[in-house]
Design a protein around this ligand. Structure first.
Ligand code: ATP
Ligand code: MG
Length: 251
């Protein structure tokens, strides 16, 4: 099972991903968690010890140099387009229970369609993870689906778009659906987050009528407190955890 999580900034992608990852792990599944959002910290939300000290792969200059045989940051030079990556998930993951977590990091964008060694390595890694790993894979992504392409789209079982009751997150969901359809990724489903009551659910269902809904997570201030305190949302008492368990049963 390969799951990608996307949605507008701040809707709760990382919170939901963390709850999903910990729930699956608790059920005895082996989970490979991929933090693909340069600005996020999935490791902290999952509750991995020393989350702040995990070095993103895009910053591992020696590794990038070794595997692609190029100089990191170089554009237009020669380097390998199919670097070896199959050993990286086991070698570089942070671990907690049944969870292995990899932090991809960000890539400085060059000109349009920049093909640099860093992005080549990450792309190869994601392709490997999506196509060849046996674990459940959960990818916490940005508002787009930049890391996915035609080759990987068919192997993604679900693209979960997190939305909150608000116009902009609905617009973003439409945008993501469009991007996904361009690479042939059609298994999209919505999770409504920060739900304050039936009116919020009805609002989202009305404006996203073309989408399948997996479920809703309640607005819960204890999740914000946990975030501020650097505690995993799974390690506090929140009704969202129960809601995610129900969703997993439906997945
Ligand atoms: N159901 C909820 N109820 C209340 N607050 C929530 C809920 N879900 C998430 N939050 C809070 O909203 C904020 C953003 O959540 P989170 O970081 O998970 O979003 P994100 O989509 O990953 O954001 P980013 O785009 O910055 O990566 C956090 O403070 C989080 O605690
Ligand atoms: Mg996030």
């Amino acid at each position: 099972m390969k799951i990608a999580v996307s949605g507008k900034g701040g809707v709760g992608k990382t919170t939901f991903s963390a709850l999903l990852i910990r729930t699956l792990s608790r059920q005895g599944k082996h989970v490979l968690a991929i933090d693909a959002d340069p600005d996020a910290n999935l490791a902290a939300a999952v509750g991995v010890p020393d989350a702040d000290r995990i070095i993103p792969i895009s910053e591992m200059k020696d590794l990038i140099f070794e595997r692609t045989e190029a100089k990191p940051g170089s554009i237009g030079g020669f380097f390998k387009l199919n670097p070896k990556v199959d050993d990286l998930p086991d070698a570089l993951s942070a671990k907690l229970d049944n969870i292995k977590l990899m932090r991809l990091g960000g890539i400085k964008k060059g000109g349009a369609g920049c093909i640099c060694p860093e992005s080549t390595l990450l792309k190869a890694l994601i392709t490997h993870v999506v196509l060849s790993r046996d674990e459940v894979v959960v990818m916490d992504m940005e508002a787009g689906i930049e890391h996915l392409g035609r080759a990987t789209a068919s192997a993604v079982d679900r693209l979960i778009v997190v939305v909150e009751p608000g116009r902009r997150s609905i617009d973003t969901a439409g945008h993501i659906k469009h991007l996904a359809s361009e690479i042939g990724l059609n298994h999209i489903a919505i999770i409504g987050n920060k739900i304050r009551g039936p009116r919020d659910e009805a609002f989202l269902k009305k404006h996203l009528a073309a989408f399948e809904f997996i479920g809703f997570l309640p607005f819960d201030e204890t999740l914000i407190e946990a975030d501020l305190d650097g505690i995993s949302p799974f390690d506090i008492h929140s009704s969202a955890t129960m809601a995610v368990q129900k969703m997993v049963a439906n997945l």
